[in-house]
Design a protein around this ligand. Structure first.
Ligand SMILES: [Zn+2]
Ligand SMILES: [Zn+2]
Length: 257
């Protein structure tokens, strides 16, 4: 593993950029991509207030450019963009004007569902939980088919939340794998909960065959928000990829494209 394609700085909910770079260096990486949260259109959950990279990406870009001479790392100026189905045109326009080195497209919410907190699902019935996961998979397939993004983030995010865990089916993973095999979008192996609530990477390693059978290859992202997460997750992600012999995509974003 030479690159971590998914890390957050203080331009969203992460840690200072120099500290994140030093952690990537300490973990033995050659490259790190900063993918702060970016929400192009307002969602129903008020998160755009907190995730304002649309307004601050130029300032972050200057900070990255100032830092580059101080490190041997390749530092990518990237973004984790929340996919919103009815905002594809605005998203495309914004991303074309912003010119990030690459983008991760992630489904964090869809319709009335928020997939970043378990709060709304505690009292849900089994059928309601399954419906929430199905809606997630629909949105992931749409995100892939939109061809808006270079990378598909954490493709089974609902697994992070206990009430939704285990409600994804093999056929869901197969649908996503089919969409990916027809797309330029590359999925990530995401280590965002590799030590915490989930204890494994995304996607569920038990479902990896669905992707390997369709010759889908992956990139690696720790989804770190702090230096200590980066230092712990890089080796864990490396081990997970080696253990399952995950095919890695030849993905080398150009700096300042
Ligand atoms: Zn995310
Ligand atoms: Zn993230």
């Amino acid at each position: 593993m030479r690159a971590d394609l998914h890390a957050h700085t203080t331009y969203s909910d992460g840690s200072p950029l120099p500290e994140m770079c030093r952690a990537a260096e300490a973990a033995g990486l050659d490259a790190v991509g900063f993918t702060d949260h970016l929400i192009v259109v307002d969602d129903d959950f008020g998160r755009r207030e907190r995730y304002h990279l649309v307004e601050t990406y130029e300032r972050r870009r200057e900070a990255i450019e100032r830092f580059r001479p101080r490190t041997d790392l390749t530092v990518w100026d990237a973004a984790e963009v929340s996919y919103v189905a009815d905002a594809e045109a605005e998203t495309a326009d914004f991303l074309a004007s912003a010119g990030f080195d690459y983008t991760i497209g992630s489904v964090h919410f869809a319709g009335e569902y928020d997939y970043t907190t378990a709060a709304g699902y505690a009292d849900a019935s089994e059928a309601e939980r399954r419906a929430a996961v199905e809606r997630y998979v629909d949105a992931v397939v749409a995100a892939v088919e939109s061809e808006l993004f270079d990378v598909l983030g954490h493709l089974d995010l609902p697994e992070r939340m206990a009430p939704l865990r285990g409600h994804a089916r093999r056929s869901d993973y197969e649908r996503v794998a089919v969409a990916l095999s027809d797309s330029a979008t590359v999925p990530e192996i995401n280590a965002g909960r590799v030590h915490d609530s989930l204890g494994r990477v995304h996607p569920d390693p038990a479902m990896l065959d669905a992707f390997l059978e369709r010759d889908v290859s992956f990139v690696l992202g720790t989804d770190s928000h702090s230096p200590s997460e980066s230092e712990r997750r890089v080796p864990a992600l490396r081990d997970a990829a080696v253990e399952r012999d995950v095919p890695l995509a030849d993905f080398e974003p150009a700096v300042g494209r």
